[in-house]
Design a protein around this ligand. Sequence first.
Ligand code: ADP
Ligand code: MG
Length: 459
Amino acid sequence: MKSGSIRVNLLAWLIIPGLLVLGIGAWLSYEQAFRLSNIVTDQQLTASARMIAEEVAYSDDSLVVTIPPAALELFASESHDEVAYAVTDSAGNLIAGYPGLDTPTKTGRGNLLFFETVFRDEEPMRAVDFLQTVVTPTGGVIVRVSVGETLKARNALVTTLWMRGFLEQGALVVAGAISIWFGISRELAPLLRLRQEVRDRRPDQFEPFDADRVQTEIRPLVQALNAHMDRLRQQLERQRRFLDSAAHQLRTPLAVIKTQVNYALRSRERSEIDLALTEVDSNLTSMARMTSQLLTLGGVDHNRTALQSETIDLSDIAHQVVLEAASRALDAGIEMAFDSDGPAGVVGSDVMLVELVTNLVENIIAHAGAGAEATIAVRRGVRDVILRVEDTGEGATDEDRTGLLQRFRRGRNARPGGSGLGLSIVSEVVESMGGTIDLPAPRAGKGFAVEVRLPAAVS
Ligand SMILES: Nc1ncnc2c1ncn2[C@@H]1O[C@H](COP(=O)(O)OP(=O)(O)O)[C@@H](O)[C@H]1O
Ligand SMILES: [Mg+2]
């Protein structure tokens, strides 16, 4: 899956919730501004209505009122709102003011009722009804003072209060977006610098990159890169050493063969020529074996993961290798026996398993010496399959034994013709299959033993 651009992704992470918050915030602050503005307007209306109500008096059998100018001056503002008032008695007769300031039928809480109305079918107004008891000789009558004001001033106040909050929040989102846009460029700079350093590297340069120059979040990546380069370096080093010794190993028998061929060319005697050619043939045979071993080792290295593929019966493979080698073993004066307690499945490649057993069996033929007895045994354990190859031949010293699993390593008394690669191939095949190899002391007290344990296939 493509992950897109960090810059665009982060912007989206900010802007989408930002707009959401902005929307909700705008709605909430509009509500609040509206309520606040109404409270302010209502206070003016109440003050005005009270002033007028105070002037209502009873004289000459009727209610009279003189409107105090201050009651109307209260509303003076830039927005030039129109103000309307009406004083009516409880029967609805107009005592003073303008008719048309519609009063709602319902009454409010206490002696105050705020409402919105349309004055003379034209102007929307916010208005108040204020009920006042006026003392008369017979007791008291209730008069209703209504004062209304058009909405220009109130709406202007709403807008002022609301816009401010909205602009503040909007500015915050925009500032965040801008800071992300430029912040990312800054933050990515160390990464881009690292990219340039990687590009500028020569193929043989493996020094670690400076992980302290990038941010903590990226540091693990650089450390992993460094670790990987270190593995690469070691791998290259191993290959270089391998190639060096391989070249050396091949050059020596080639030089010998060249000498033998020259000798044959100079010889006049048929028997001398035959002898030289026989030796050439034998040297070529061991060179061919060594070459194929070198190639196998290369293969084990390169196909480490591709190796583990199918379930194979190691018992069957070992049996076939022993059968195939038995007659040559007899020629060398060695008696070879195969022993197994039934199928023993392991997961791996049959080519590699044949190579493994062959190397051990060929070693017996090559090193055990006439008169030795050898057993190749396969046992199925609880978790492992155990291959034990053992002979009663000449064996190797304890000192020699410790290093024999390494490439090109041969015993001190090893006969000419080998390359020292066989056991290292066995060891690497075993390792690639997740098994272990050991060269234990032989049970017979003399001879040579190899014990290989491979994880058993789950059946
Ligand atoms: N069955 C054996 N008996 C005695 N020595 C052995 C036996 N198998 C291996 N070795 C010793 O281990 C050495 C390494 O074996 P290997 O890696 O197969 O190389 P190579 O057989 O080409 O010499 C041999 O040179 C030999 O000294
Ligand atoms: Mg060998």
